[in-house]
Design a binder for this molecule. Sequence first.
Ligand SMILES: C[S@@+](CC[C@H](N)C(=O)[O-])C[C@H]1O[C@@H](n2cnc3c(N)ncnc32)[C@H](O)[C@@H]1O
Length: 391
Amino acid sequence: MPPLNDRADTAGQAALAGADPSAAAGAVHDLDRLILLGLAADLHRRTRLERGTRLGRGAAREADAIAGDHGGAHEADAIAGDLRAAPRHRWIAGHWLAALHEAGLVSRNAAGRYHDLHAPRRAELAAARTRVEAARLALGYPAELSELMLRSLRLLPSLLRDEVGVQALLYPDGEPATAEAVYRGNLISRYLNAAAAEVLTDLAERAVRPLRILELGAGIGATTADLLPVLTGRPVEFYLFTDLSPFFLDTARRRFDAGFLRYALLDIAHDLPRRPGELDLVVAATMAHNAPHAGRLLGQVAASLAPGGRVLLIETVREHPQSLTTMPFALSTQDGPPRRLDGRAGSTRTYLCREEWLSALEGSGLRIEVDLPRPGDPLTALSQRLLVATR
Ligand SMILES: C[S@@+](CC[C@H](N)C(=O)[O-])C[C@H]1O[C@@H](n2cnc3c(N)ncnc32)[C@H](O)[C@@H]1O
């Protein structure tokens, strides 16, 4: 790996300020477990998946025949019906069942139908809830994170029926503290944002003209807030802060005051504005997975970079059970599941894995310069990475 990788890693480690990430893997497991057990309990309470355990075999078979089910195994769509999911959220039942199956909490037959859902006992759920407090402390999350997880479990029926939107969970009373807890301040965000700032420092030190920077899906500006201080007192032509939603542009206008900041609505599901060879840096922090085709997005980003320009991605590279009760609701479109045209097509995956991102970056003619955290670093358990590639 090039020296920039070391430099960024050193900056990231310094930002941990002595915190010990060695418990990260266990803590991630505990957060994931709470959501998986909570989901299993909810499906057990509210769907036909519990029927096999409550009715006798004959009665279950009879009821299955009426419902069009097969041998006590049920299609995900029938479960969505039991949950009275809004049409655009119906796909989420299948997404959850796939995750529960992967965790060994429900069985799936050769025809893709589900049966034998694990029914968590009260004590098991209580123990999972207790462990979450220790887990979030180990990962440096404020109390808002566990509150968000518990609230999302409580509100599952209303979320699925589309009576409560995920924005109300992430921005209670319009305040960003909960979203900040998820995207900033915790161990992995501190590490990744500090490493990202070091990449920008390196770029600024080499610049031969005022910098032109584009940030995609900048949201609450959790990464922006760590990048802007690097630019203080340096020549910058523009830092174009963009997002799909005007809400975030308005919030950022109130929050940041650098004279070189510009704001624009930009949806990466459509083609990016053509800026051939113009940009020095494109930032996409925990947002590039929203592109229907990741390789296509990176191809357009690469074409917009000046020689020596960089793309900086912060990405989740594993399906995280801990976000199953929030993320899918943010992804649902008016027509249902998000459109996926790359390796995720036809699957329930939200994220690309590390290897897929590396190959998409290289496939766009970019050279990988940063790929962090390093193998063996306990932070890898959090499955969020900084990937930087240069034209
Ligand atoms: C997980 S948040 C990350 C926000 C920000 N990068 C940060 O670190 O604070 C994802 C952001 O991507 C934005 N987003 C989602 N889909 C998008 C799209 N198709 N085009 C542009 N932005 C999008 C959302 O509005 C949201 O602000």
